[in-house]
Design a protein around this ligand. Structure first.
Ligand code: HEM
Length: 152
């Protein structure tokens, strides 16, 4: 039994579920009305997205280095790299929504009659939908990788 591996696995799961919660919250909030209070909430939730994603990277690297299977198990496994690529794509897809949330929140604070431009809203919805879809692939790759699929 290895306590380090267990603790890293627990933290990894908690962080991953938190990130799923954040993407889910953004997915739902963006579909409703967007008064200033909601824009503020979106910007606040999105700030946590960055923090949690950074922690996942740190803890994930910790699992590769100090997990039970050894780092070779992962770096020679294409499922691991597929998971990393999916995580990277989710990160890239989140850039435009983050920029928009900050800008909308700033504009709504300065101008009470601010309304989110329809074109910007439509593109942010598309990015978040794509983000949620690619995010779903990550646990699929993770489960396969953990069981040795993709290892050569
Ligand atoms: C830099 C980012 C990440 C790294 C380096 C990383 C690394 C790892 C490692 C080393 C394991 C242990 C697998 C094993 O037991 O052999 C693992 C498991 C897992 N990871 Fe990640 N991970 C990252 C991000 C994520 C993200 C964003 C998700 C979101 C869904 C995720 C979901 C999972 C799941 C569900 C497992 C458990 C798989 C299982 O035991 O069936 N990981 N990860």
């Amino acid at each position: 039994m290895d306590t380090t591996d267990l603790v890293l696995a627990i933290i990894h799961h908690l962080l991953v579920f938190s990130l799923a919660g954040i993407i889910g919250a953004e997915f739902v909030l963006i579909r409703g009305d967007l008064p200033a209070v909601t824009l503020k909430r979106l910007a606040g939730i999105d700030r946590h997205y960055g923090i949690i994603a950074s922690l996942i990277i740190i803890v994930g690297i910790g699992r590769v280095l100090w997990g039970l299977k050894g780092w070779e198990f992962y770096i020679y496994n294409w499922m691991f790299w597929a998971k990393m690529a999916a995580f990277g794509i989710v990160g890239l897809l989140s850039i435009i929504p983050t920029v928009r949330f900050i800008s909308w929140n700033r504009q709504a604070s300065a101008n009470p009659s601010f309304a989110v431009p329809a074109g910007e809203l439509a593109s942010v919805k598309t990015y978040i939908r794509a983000e949620a879809f690619v995010f779903l692939l990550i646990p699929v790759f993770a489960a396969a990788m953990a069981r040795g699929y993709g290892y050569q």
